[in-house]
Design a protein around this ligand. Sequence first.
Ligand code: TXA
Ligand code: MG
Length: 418
Amino acid sequence: MQFLFRTASTHLFQRSFYSTMFDTQVLKVVPENFTFKKSIGTDEFSELNANSVISTKNDKLAIEKAVEWLKKGEAVGIPTETVYGLAANALDANAVSKIFAAKNRPQDNPLIVHVSSINMLKSILPDNTIPEVYLPIIRKHWPGPLTIVLPTSQLIPNSVTCGHPTVAVRFPSHPVARSLIEACGFPLAAPSANSSGKPSPTLASHVYHDLQGRIPFILDGGSCNVGVESTVLDGLRNPPAILRPGGLTYEELKEIKGMEQLQVYRKDFVDKELEMAPTTPGMKYRHYSPEAMVILIDRKRDSKEFEENFEKAWKEELNAIRTSGMVVSKIGMLRTTQEGKTATWETISMVDDQTKCISLQMGRYGHPEEVARGMFKGLRELDGRSVNVIFVEGIPEDREGMAVMNRLRKAATKVLEV
Ligand code: TXA
Ligand code: MG
């Protein structure tokens, strides 16, 4: 179990190194107080070029504070509909470097650029032109949990694209993110606001936990509705491909004109170049991993006795872990709520006189969008309770289940099929 010690000690070192840089301030905002007003005219994208209206003084002040830090070239935590982002001015290489430092992100992992309007998108593209292939997708799915790969331009620093000829861009639907970008007047580069390698944050408190002291400011807009990161689509490829499954499902994307042949990276094809360059999220680096060891217990396609098999599998695995010499005083379970059963957030029991079990539910089985919302939150919650091992239940890989399973496979040190 050497990796457990390695992870823990590196983490401690980085934490103490950065801990005194800032006294991190957290300000609450209420997403419902942000609306968007279309301008009158014949603009083809009038909805997507609408202007933000903030109805309360407190929310305006919070946005102003965030803008102030961003204009100074600092990185701040912001809510989006997928996960919290760690944002900085995407056009300022020095500001972008603060993101990499605060997260301890590998220097060769490119960032997503967030825009708040189609006009802003065009302003960063070569010849201000959106490639034809993306137009029907943008019309249907922006703003939202979809990132598209575009040709980059001189305006985007190399540190954002990590020297690649493309730039990944997203138009978030979260009213606070959208309003903030508009108020800045420049696009924001933003990876997920977790410490690199950890589960993504879906609450401001998760961002605070990972980055307190390393960033000056966090906007707290409550919990993220989608709960997993955006889908990364490369429409410049032929056929087009999902590089990272996310909040927008394969099923929804495939229905769009031009996406009939849509492929999913690693499912339908593998590309040597992509494997080496970490433009395909999570390929090169460890991802989404809590401190605890994660064992994913997935269901075989035709598994009828899953409940029984699940129990047998975790008990056997727990025994094997104990036999290896690891002391396990607490285990965590991350489960779905089965059809016909009542949802309970938490159940505590004893496995035997040595080991306590904390069981949490991510969402209802057959409702992958609920599981997506609860997955990262559950991993973080169990880590907070200092469990040694987390047994997590797999779900079918359809709809949001594809993104959920992609993350869980990467978080897991072992995958069992029962
Ligand atoms: O939902 C999201 O996408 C969140 C929120 C904050 O917007 N952001 C996010 O960023 O998940 P991050 O850095 O954790 O993941 C972005 C991934 C990178 O790992 C990278 O592999 C991929 O997007 N990416 C960035 N630029 C790319 C490019 N030019 N081509 C292909 N993939 C790219
Ligand atoms: Mg991330």
